[in-house]
Design a protein around this ligand. Structure first.
Ligand SMILES: [Zn+2]
Ligand SMILES: [Zn+2]
Length: 273
């Protein structure tokens, strides 16, 4: 029996950088014979009202509830959210979490406080203080884990998608921030939280999942169990992309199951031989 395919990180056109409707995502997931997916539209908390995420996340949630009633006999659907930078405007994060009954909450860090997205940083800039940048990245990850109102930490190693992918720096947090990576993973495990294998990197110049195999092995060694796999698709074509590769990586790292969330509870999906 083949392992069931669940994609736990997807965006619809209710994300500013997403292209397709929730209905179209569902139709593509069925066509690809997926078991289910979580819709995790962006909700960047630091610009929650300014960029109208209060409205787009309401629409995202509403459309997913409708999709559940239409597609429930063919797909397991999880109404989720990708909360970006919750600590940078905590009252907005609390507001969105208390406003909806999410099935699944990914928490992501796309930028340091009052700085641009790691995507926009020029990693060749001689004035860039890379130590200050990543010291703060790990500090905020630890503070976010202590806050803890989420299920899974999104795309750990996100800055490397660009620093290694675009700028070819071949940088590893395991070389420069090993103790901090261990602290992040242990902190998540102790609080019953998980990580994801974000497979978007497989479709991008960085060429590896976020995080990739050495981090997954370390997470397993430390006792990690909750592990979702997500394409981070922004189009209907990409839904489910790389999930099979992610399952093989999870298996290689020693996992016998991966995770899909419903009603904020982890369901363990057996990885078949
Ligand atoms: Zn993200
Ligand atoms: Zn995303």
């Amino acid at each position: 029996m083949a392992t069931k395919i669940y994609d736990s990180h997807t965006h619809s056109d209710n994300s500013p950088d997403g292209y397709h409707s929730v209905t179209f995502l569902c139709e593509n997931a069925i066509r690809k014979e997926m078991a289910g997916f979580a819709l995790t539209d962006h909700c960047d908390i630091n610009v929650y009202f300014q960029d109208k995420y209060d409205k787009t996340i309401r629409q995202s949630n509403f459309e997913m509830l409708k999709a559940k009633s239409i597609f429930s006999d063919r797909l397991e659907l999880s109404a989720g959210v990708e909360l970006g930078q919750p600590l940078q405007a905590l009252e907005n994060a609390e507001h969105v979490l208390s406003s909806y009954d999410f099935d699944f909450v990914i928490c992501s860090l796309h930028n340091n406080l009052n700085q641009q997205d790691y995507y926009f940083i020029n990693y060749n800039d001689p004035d860039l203080d890379i130590k200050a940048l990543f010291d703060r990245y790990f500090e905020e990850l630890m503070e976010t884990i202590a806050w803890g109102k989420f299920d899974v930490l999104g795309h750990l190693t996100y800055p490397l998608r660009y620093m290694n992918g675009i700028y070819k720096k071949n940088y590893s947090f395991l070389d420069h921030y090993y103790d901090e990576v261990v602290a992040v993973l242990k902190g998540l495990i102790e609080r019953g939280k998980g990580i994801e294998i974000n497979t978007s990197g497989l479709r991008q110049p960085v060429g590896v999942t976020l995080p990739d195999l050495p981090y997954l092995k370390l997470y397993k060694e430390l006792g990690g169990e909750i592990l979702t796999i997500g394409s981070d698709s922004h189009t209907a074509q990409d839904i489910g992309a790389g999930i099979r590769e992610g399952i093989l990586l999870a298996k290689e790292a020693g996992f016998t199951h991966y995770t899909f969330f419903h009603e904020r509870k982890p369901k363990m999906i057996k990885i078949e031989d």
